[in-house]
Design a protein around this ligand. Structure first.
Ligand SMILES: NC(=O)c1ccc[n+]([C@@H]2O[C@H](COP(=O)([O-])OP(=O)(O)OC[C@H]3O[C@@H](n4cnc5c(N)ncnc54)[C@H](OP(=O)(O)O)[C@@H]3O)[C@@H](O)[C@H]2O)c1
Length: 339
């Protein structure tokens, strides 16, 4: 024992629909000293991710579910308090799966990486220079295969993954159309991030179809799908020949009790198009390469970042998570846990 108290948020029940306050349990314990090969990390910022909703469900997925009573899984950045691993020193800043808790004991051998706060503010390592940024990079370049001059459409365009997808597509010389909720987000991606056009899906399905027709007169070459549902269906209806759809996420369906798929998937056949699912963890051995290129773009001012930091510590986690499903975040949503 270290004599330091750690507060945790645990999964209390599997939610039906949007998670409720009663689906969580708040506990506290003494922070445990690290064993051989481990480090004790003080959590500074936690990443809020739509995928967390899926981890709360039972059943087979790309990662095992969080068990009832277990500390909720979460990526985070923190500071090493005590190290029993030769790669890490006290005071180092690290990123890894820390969980929704104030102190975490993590293995130094897998999943924990050192980060340099002099190169970028800490929350950026949970967004553009973290897991969402890697998702955008690998999903777009490996599955989307965009070519200069092509029309790239991305949904949840003002969020953590979407902002990066659009900017990388611009770097690659594509015409980029973002789909986002509300005028403010649409203005942001065009005026601040340099997207060519934005479509406000909250204006309704006819406005989405009209926007896609106007901005993609020759069809969509790459659709990076973060939302599924009606927007996926609208994009399927407007594909160019040999289009590539990257299935990255389906946030419109994560809280649905009856999941709906697109009725018009035969558009893939008609247009000789493809639809590929991607999971960022499959690219783990390529993160260093992606990180080098992304850091280069970031330092050259070609890749802008946006983080929305929620104050209030661990206790704010349940409320902050819901912001993602209400579209209340601009850029990467992060919870501040400690100074
Ligand atoms: N495959 C992978 O390895 C991987 C890795 C990371 C993330 N993802 C996925 O990528 C997607 C984006 O994640 P993120 O971390 O970047 O989140 P985010 O975009 O920063 O936040 C989620 C956004 O989704 C939008 N949204 C919420 N409900 C919606 C609905 N019913 N219809 C349309 N849009 C809705 C909201 O923006 P609006 O205001 O625009 O509605 C909200 O801000 C998610 O689907 C996530 O699961 C996948």
């Amino acid at each position: 024992m270290t004599g330091v108290t750690s507060h945790e948020v645990r999964l209390g029940a599997r939610p039906a629909g949007l998670p409720k306050a009663s689906d969580w349990r708040f506990t506290q314990s003494d922070a445990i000293r690290p064993g051989e090969g481990e480090v004790l990390v003080k959590t500074l910022f936690l990443s809020l991710d739509p995928a967390m909703r899926g981890w709360m469900n039972e059943g087979r997925s790309y990662i095992k579910p969080v068990e009832i009573g277990e500390v909720m899984r979460a990526g985070g950045v923190g500071r090493v308090i005590e190290s029993r691993h030769p790669k890490f020193q006290q005071g180092d800043h690290v990123v890894g799966t820390l969980g929704v808790q104030e102190y975490a004991v993590a293995s130094g051998d897998k999943g924990l990486a050192k980060i340099d706060p002099r190169l970028a503010p800490l929350p950026v390592y949970l967004g553009t220079l973290g897991m969402p940024g890697m998702t955008a990079y690998d999903g777009l370049l490996d599955s989307g295969k965009p070519k200069a001059g092509e029309a790239v459409v991305v949904s949840a365009a003002a969020g953590a993954v979407g902002t990066v997808v659009g900017q990388i597509a611009k770097i690659k010389g594509c015409r980029v159309i973002g789909i986002a909720g509300g005028e403010e987000k649409c203005r942001y991606i065009v005026d601040e991030l340099g997207f060519d056009a934005a479509i406000d899906y909250k204006a309704g399905a006819p406005a989405v179809r009209a926007g896609l027709k106007q901005h993609c007169p020759n069809g969509i070459d790459v659709y990076f799908d973060n939302v599924g549902g009606d927007i996926l269906e609208a994009c399927l209806a407007r594909l160019a020949r040999r289009a590539r759809i990257v299935i990255c996420g389906s946030i419109s369906q994560y809280n649905a009790t009856e999941v709906r798929g697109p009725a018009n998937y035969m558009s893939l056949l008609v247009n000789r198009a493809s639809m590929t699912g991607m999971v960022v963890f499959d690219y783990a051995d390529r993160y260093p390469e992606a990180m080098r290129e992304m850091m280069g773009w970031y330092q050259a001012g070609k890749l802008k970042t946006k983080e929305q930091v929620v104050e209030g510590g661990i206790g704010k986690f349940p409320e902050a998570l819901l912001m993602l499903f209400k579209g209340e975040n601009l850029g990467k949503l992060v919870l501040k846990v400690a100074d």
